[in-house]
Ligand binder design. Structure first.
Ligand code: COA
Length: 414
């Protein structure tokens, strides 16, 4: 039977146990702290130690999601991990997660890669699976898991971060019902950000990547509007919140500006004070309030859009139920999607289940010297039969860690 509704039933975030303060990082780099805190909008940045890899972050986020929303692993019929930070040229992160979660063997499992767009690609694939009637009552688990690394002293350094967002997609969503029909798509081959097979660090043409992102937003929105048949169905005045890919918080402001322009059908200059003011006011109402987690976690690539969504839903009260939202996903290289959803009745009852604030408050602040030590240790962490990685070295307290590679096989503890 074809599903009449499909959407997000459960969500959770899991991030590293350590972070750096952006004022301290700026000071260490000889940069005015205002550039990082106001110019980019970042206050803190999650730092993954070598023991916290894409697999462990993804698995713990998924466990939290299933447990908090009382979902039995046996209910999962599809598992997709979207990531830029794969751990193997061939073997998907998803199959490690499948084993660590104890998912059934008849669960189809794969990894999606398209820079920061990978999890949205997974989400759309899950929707198609359910709408096609192939889920047969089962649910899909989508995990966005990444460690953003540009390297010390690079322009991209303040836009690093790490973490994973897990979400369960089903025919009976408790959080968000997705618009199955109106999906705007956009693809263009551009060299704005890439990571060759031989490099652990991303290469990026940072300012060009911002232009590519904004052009992709225009393209994906225009496609969504054309598919909707009427601008009314996608109009911002009918939205209660707008979510964008957030490599750094200021990017969401630029995105919202472009969203306005594309809907208006012309650009808005600084001199056009009337419209410039409207965009600023609209940003403060529709976007800014739910960027607080992104500001203290940093860039988590595939999960950053969904982290903002968690921020919105964790504070949801009944007044948000029934409200419409938009979501824009961008992956460098590039691929993008613009889609729409509605907060379902009763969603506010689950707000406490997806709030990560307790774990975030328990994070340990790193001195900049220790952060740099971690970057150096990370470079050596994937050597075959290298040093046994000890979670105690970084005072980690979690319950799943990568501890090194033996006989070319990644080892996890416990
Ligand atoms: N106080 C307040 N704001 C300040 C400031 C200060 N002291 N100094 C600079 N700024 C502002 C700048 O005006 C600029 O704001 P604007 O974009 O609104 O004009 C912002 O801080 C960033 O400064 P900029 O000089 O552009 O930084 P940069 O050249 O070091 O590069 C990125 C910024 C984002 C391009 C770089 O961090 C990067 O390459 N990141 C990785 C790629 C990425 O995230 N791409 C995003 C699309 S996917």
């Amino acid at each position: 039977m074809v599903a009449s509704t499909v959407g997000i039933d459960a969500m959770a975030f899991h991030g590293p146990e350590c972070f750096v303060d952006m004022v301290e990082l700026a000071t260490a780099r000889g940069v005015d702290p205002g550039k990082y805190t106001k110019g980019l909008g970042q206050l803190e940045m999650a730092v993954a130690t070598p023991c916290e890899d894409t697999v462990s972050l993804a698995t713990v986020a998924a466990r939290k999601c299933l447990t908090a929303f009382d979902i039995d692993p046996q209910e999962i019929g599809t598992l997709i991990v979207g990531t830029e930070t794969g751990v193997d040229h061939s073997k998907p992160v998803a199959v490690y997660v499948h084993e660590l979660l104890g998912l059934p063997s008849n669960c189809r499992t794969f990894e999606t890669k398209h820079a920061c767009y990978g999890a949205m690609a997974g989400l759309t694939s899950a929707i198609d699976w359910i709408v096609a009637g192939r889920a047969r009552g089962k649910k899909a688990l989508i995990v966005a898991s990444d460690i953003a690394r540009y390297g010390a002293g690079t322009p991209g350094e303040p836009t690093q971060g790490a973490g994973a967002v897990a979400m369960v997609v089903s025919e009976t969503p408790r959080l968000l019902a997705l618009d199955k029909e109106v999906f705007g798509d956009y693809t263009r081959q551009v060299m704005d950000f890439w990571r060759p097979l031989y490099s652990k660090y991303a290469f990026t043409d940072g300012h060009y990547s911002i232009d590519c992102y904004l052009d992709a937003l225009s393209g994906a929105w225009s496609d969504a509007a054309a598919k909707a048949g009427s601008h009314d169905r996608v109009a911002m005045r009918n939205l209660n919140a707008c979510f964008y890919h957030v490599p750094f918080v200021k990017m969401a402001r630029k995105a919202h500006h472009r969203h306005w322009e594309v809907e208006l059908g012309r650009s808005i200059s600084r001199e056009d004070e009337e419209h410039a003011m409207k965009v600023t006011d609209s940003f403060e109402v529709l976007v800014s309030p739910w960027l607080t987690l992104n500001a203290i976690v940093g860039n988590i690539y595939t999960g950053s859009l969904f982290l903002a969504l968690i921020d919105y839903l964790r504070a949801a009260d009944e007044s948000r139920e029934g409200g419409n939202i938009s979501m824009f996903s961008y992956g460098s290289g590039c691929g993008a999607a613009f889609c729409f959803a509605k907060v379902v009745e009763g969603a506010s009852r689950h707000a406490g289940r997806l709030d990560p604030s307790t774990a975030l408050a328990a994070r340990r602040k790193l001195a900049i010297a220790e952060y740099e030590e971690i970057l150096a240790a990370y470079d050596a962490a994937d050597a075959n039969d290298g040093e046994h990685l000890s979670p105690a070295r970084w005072k980690l307290r979690g319950d799943l860690f990568y501890i090194g590679t033996r006989n070319h096989i990644r080892q996890y503890y416990p």
